[in-house]
Unconditional design. Structure first.
Length: 134
């Protein structure tokens, strides 16, 4: 068993990736759901005149579950990397929402949603490390 320490979250013991049961892998989904429940209403409040940008972010946060389930079911490190890339792209788009010309979300909201998304990212990073070392 290896330990995954995530800032602001209770440390949990998770078995090495190959030995994990699917319900243990779904901790990623639980953490992502927390992010989604916080973020979705914020993104929904983006003004209509920025509809294309708003829809792009909404499609990405709604569709992230597909990437998470691919990771859970495939047991392939390549799927972990794909999910990690999707998280990076989402982080960048959310950061664009705080630009002084747009201000779709406040700095405080961005901080809170970033912390929630970082929990998912740290779990994925730990799984990549365990997969590569294991």
């Amino acid at each position: 068993t290896r330990y995954i320490g995530v800032t602001g979250v209770q440390t949990c013991a998770l078995p090495i990736w190959a030995d994990m049961k699917k319900n243990e892998k779904l901790i990623i989904m639980e953490r992502y759901d927390e992010f989604f429940e916080y973020t979705y209403p914020i993104i929904q409040s983006i003004p209509r005149k920025h509809g294309i940008f708003k829809n792009l972010i909404l499609e990405q946060i709604i569709g992230m579950d597909k990437h998470i389930y691919k990771v859970v079911k495939s047991n392939q490190v390549s799927k972990l990397y794909e999910l990690d890339i999707e998280l990076d792209v989402l982080r960048h788009r959310l950061r664009l929402c705080t630009h002084s010309r747009r201000r779709f979300i406040t700095n405080e909201q961005h901080l809170n949603l970033s912390l929630k998304l970082n929990v998912v990212g740290k779990i994925i990073g730990s799984m990549i490390t365990n997969k590569n070392n294991g």
